[in-house]
Design a protein around this ligand. Sequence first.
Ligand SMILES: O=P(O)(O)OC[C@H]1O[C@](O)(CO)[C@@H](O)[C@@H]1O
Length: 539
Amino acid sequence: MANLCHLGTASVTRQLQDLATHPYNLAREGALQADGRIEKYVCSSGPFRLLYSTQRVDERVLDGLQQLADECGLVEQFVRMRSGEVMNRIDGFECENRQVLHTSCRDLFTANPKSPEATAKMRAELDRLKEFLGDVERGAIVNERGETFTTMINVGIGGSDLGPRAIYEALKPYGLPGRSVQFIANVDPDDAAEKLAQVDLSRTLVNIVSKSGTTLETLTNELLVVNRLREAGLDPAHHCLAVTGQGSPMDNPEKYLRSFYMYDYIGGRYSATSMVGAVMLGFYLGYDQLLEFLEGAAIIDYTAENRDVRENVPLLMALLGVWNHNFLGSASLAILPYSQALHRFPAHLQQCDMESNGKSVDRQGGTVNYLTGPVVWGEPGTNGQHAFYQLLHQGTEIVPVEFIGFIKSQYGSDLEVKGSSSQEKLLANLLAQALAMAVGRPDENPNRNFAGNRPSMVLMAERLTPQTMGALLAIYEAKIVFQGFVWNINSFDQEGVQLGKILATRILESMKGRVESGAEVEKRFLEAATTGINTTHDG
Ligand SMILES: O=P(O)(O)OC[C@H]1O[C@](O)(CO)[C@@H](O)[C@@H]1O
C-alpha cells in the first residue's frame, strides 16, 4: 500500500498498515463491552450522534487516523474550499478549474459567511424565490383559468434530480396542504408518460433543472412536457420554470415563467441546497421550512471544521471509511437507513460519492496506486433484512455498513403490537443488525455459525425533520469531500461520464443511417444488438 496522502508522511500510512494486520476483534468474548467502549465511541455533530463501537478500531487506530487527518490537512482544506479556493482542478492539465462553493448556499445564518460573494448571490436568488412563492400562495400567479398551482413536475437528471428527489421523499409529511411533486428524469418515455398521467397539467408548474442546460435527457423531457402542455391548450411560458447555470443554453428567461440560477462553482451532485433543490422544496415545504433545511446543513458545515476526529462526525465517518476500505480491504459500502422516508437517499449518495471519488488520477495527474472511492449501495431497513442481509452476515465479502436511524417516527401515528410500537421494532432491528454483524454467534453447525467481526456504524437523530435532513445531507457531503482529500483526488469533476455520452450520440447517428467515419464499431454493435428483434414502432 502506497502513501495514501500526498501531503502527509509515509510513516502514518505504515503505522496504520501495521495496525491493520491485527485490527480490533469485535467477535472476541466481551470485546464490545470492554473499556466502556460502547459509551465512549460516540461522536456528536448537530442533531446526529454517531455510534462507532462496532467498528474495528481502538485508541491506537483512532490516533493514527487523527494523524492522517492532520498530515493531510483535511479540515484546513475543507475551510479553504469553503472560502473559495479553486479546488476543482488537476494541476498542469486542462480541467474545470473552478471553486467549490456548495456550502455557500447555506452559509446564510451568520453575519460573516465564508464566501461572502457566493452567499450574497444565493441570498438574491432566495429573495426572488420567496417573492415568487408568495405570489403563487396568494394567487397573484395563477393558471390560465385563474386557478392556483398545486403540483410541480421536476424535470432533471443526476444531481438535478437525485438529491432533490431524495429530500422530497424524506420530507413528505411536511408538505404544504394540497401540494405534491412528481419527478421525470429518465429519457425512457415511459417515465414521463407515467408521471404525466398522474397530474392535472393545468394546475402544474414544470421545473426544468439543468446546470449545463445541455443534458440530452432533460432537454428531451422538457420538449415532451412542453408538447403536452401545448396539446392541452396551455401556454408553456405560464407553467415552466428553469433552474440553470448563468449563460447556459437554458438561460433564456423569456421562455420561462421564472428562471433561477445556480453557479459553476456548485457541482451538480452537491447542488441540492442551491436553487436546484430550493425551488422544488420551497414550493412543496414553503419558504420557512426550506430555510430550516438549509440551516441544518449550515450547522454541520461549521461543526465539520473541528480538527478533532473524535468530535467531528463527517470527518470521523470519512476516516473510518478509509480505514475499512484502504487498510482492511473492503470494496463496497452499504448505507442502510431505517427510515422508509430515506428510501431514495442511498441512490443520491451513490452519485454524490461514486461520481466524486470514483477517480484513478490524483490532483497532479498521476495514476493513484491505492483504492479510491468504494462501491456505494443501499436500501431501507427492515426491507433489506429480508433481501440481502444474508450476504452481510455470512457472505465471503465483508461489507461495512452505515446505519441511519431515528428515535421517533415522522407522522407519530403508530400501533402497539405484542408490547411494542412499530417505531420501537424498527429501532430494535437496526441496533440488532449492528450487534449481530459485530459479535456474531458461534454454532457447531457451520451453516448456522455467525463469525461476526463485521464493521458498521450507527448514525442516530431524534426525528427526520427538514433541519435533520439538511444536517444529514451535509454530513455525507463533507464525508465525501474529506475522503477525496485523503486520496488526493479531485472530487469535483466527472470526466468519466463523457465517453458514454459521445458514443450514444454516434449510435443515434447510426440508427438514422448516418455512419460517421470512425464509428463503424458503434454501427456493428448496434446491429448485433437489434438484428432479429422485432422493432415495430408504436409511436
Ligand atoms: O444538471 P445537468 O447539467 O443537466 O447535469 C446532470 C448530471 O449530469 C452529470 O453531468 C453527469 O452526466 C452529472 O454530474 C450531473 O449531475
